[in-house]
Design a protein around this ligand. Structure first.
Ligand SMILES: *Cc1c(COP(=O)(O)O)cnc(C)c1O
Length: 382
């Protein structure tokens, strides 16, 4: 099998058969001419399939080592599609600190259809095993979590799930690491989900989501859901993600290089009380990080002591931008308690360990010296 970057640039993207164009064209066509009744070139209507989307899906299946991939209009649309695998009476185990939109969808919409959800600390294998029931059909985890960068051992989680029931699906939201640094399917997961909005697209200019499957039923079910519910990714956005993926490897190496340096800078600075980054030897799961990830990426959380100090620090920054989201080429910095984790409430934040003084940074690929100088001057001003 070819290497990661070669596949990122070529898989699913043969030069165009009619024109030789080396980039997959954006097929802006809702429908396709048919030669006679029942005879067509493989495409009938773009909700069902579209050549640009097909190319991206083939590419993503290859990069994650799955047998199918289906793309949706956003990460949340992909998770919504995933839960249509479930029926009334089924049970789901979900990591206790996954992306906030995920439990909102599960509890406020899907639970209404008679599907039960349990939230557990999946970094604890005993807790994971104890949460599984005879009717558990899906285990959905995120590793590392946001913003505390807690890891779940994917190999161990897959063993626990499959010993309980070989048909149970372990799904991993791989948005934070991207397939370049973490390959959940090779570690035993059954499904991989991404918000392509983040590292895969990489330029903060389009939303999208993907489900990568490993079983024939995943391929059938997710294609059927695209056709039935229509929450598909548009050809233009599919093209943007493909364009982004061509540089995924180079971008991830830079995010990782800058991330390691920024984590070290923050850890050494007296104005910072604590740093969470899986690439620091002081991270409690540093050994696990090295064994299941091939890099540590650009996501770091750190403690500034109070909301007031965090805000003073944030207002001094000039290169880093205060904004939600992550995974783009530009450095984004956010305040989880009032932004990404505002909706879960104070009590849930306290239980998870998300404080008012915590700041999260998505380290971009700007020149490291400029990022370091910006953070230094803002920290020194406190
Ligand atoms: C952003 C994000 C999502 C949701 O994706 P959207 O594209 O915003 O719908 C899901 N999981 C993780 C880890 C995310 O960061």
């Amino acid at each position: 099998m070819a290497g990661f970057s070669t596949r990122a640039i070529h898989d699913g993207q043969e030069p165009d058969a009619t024109t030789g164009a080396v980039n997959v064209p954006i097929y802006l066509s809702s429908t396709y001419a048919q030669e006679e009744i029942g005879k067509h070139k493989g495409w009938e209507y773009s909700r069902v399939s579209n050549p640009t989307r097909d190319a991206l899906e083939a590419n993503l299946a290859s990069l994650e080592g799955g047998t199918s991939a289906h793309v949706f209009a956003s990460g949340m649309a992909a998770i919504s599609a995933m839960v249509t695998l479930l029926k009334t009476g089924d049970h789901v185990v979900c990591g206790e600190n996954v992306y906030g939109g995920t439990p909102r969808l599960f509890d406020q919409i899907v639970a209404g259809y008679g599907i039960e959800f349990s939230y557990v600390d999946t970094s604890d294998p005993v807790a994971l095993r104890a949460a599984l029931r005879p009717n558990t059909k899906l285990v959905h985890i995120e590793t590392p979590t946001n913003p505390l960068m807690t890891l779940t051992d994917i190999r161990q989680a897959a063993e626990i799930c499959h010993a309980h029931n070989p048909d149970l699906d372990l799904a991993v939201d791989n948005t934070f690491m991207s397939p370049y640094f973490q390959q959940p399917i090779a570690l035993g997961a059954d499904l991989v989900m991404h918000s392509t909005t983040k590292y895969l697209n990489g330029h903060s200019d389009g939303l999208g989501g993907v489900l990568v499957g490993t079983k024939p039923r995943h391929k059938e079910q997710f294609a059927f859901i695209q056709k039935c519910t229509g929450g598909i990714l548009s050809p233009f956005e599919a093209w943007l993600v493909m364009r982004g993926i061509k540089t995924l490897a180079v971008r991830m190496r830079e995010h990782d290089r800058n991330g390691r340096a920024i984590a070290a800078l923050l850890e050494a600075h007296p104005a910072v009380e604590r740093v969470w980054y899986p690439g620091l030897p002081t991270h409690p799961q540093y050994a696990l990080a090295k064994s299941q990830m091939s890099g540590f990426g650009g996501m770091i959380a750190f403690e500034m002591g109070s909301l007031e100090r965090a805000n003073r620090f944030l207002t001094k920054l000039t290169v880093c931008t205060l904004a939600e989201s992550l995974g783009g080429v530009e450095t984004l910095i956010s305040h989880p308690a009032t932004m990404t984790h505002a909706a879960i409430g104070q009590e849930a934040r306290t239980r998870l360990g998300i404080t008012d003084g915590m700041v999260r940074i998505s380290v971009g690929i700007e020149d490291l010296a400029d990022l370091e100088a910006d953070l230094q001057q803002a920290l020194n001003s406190l």
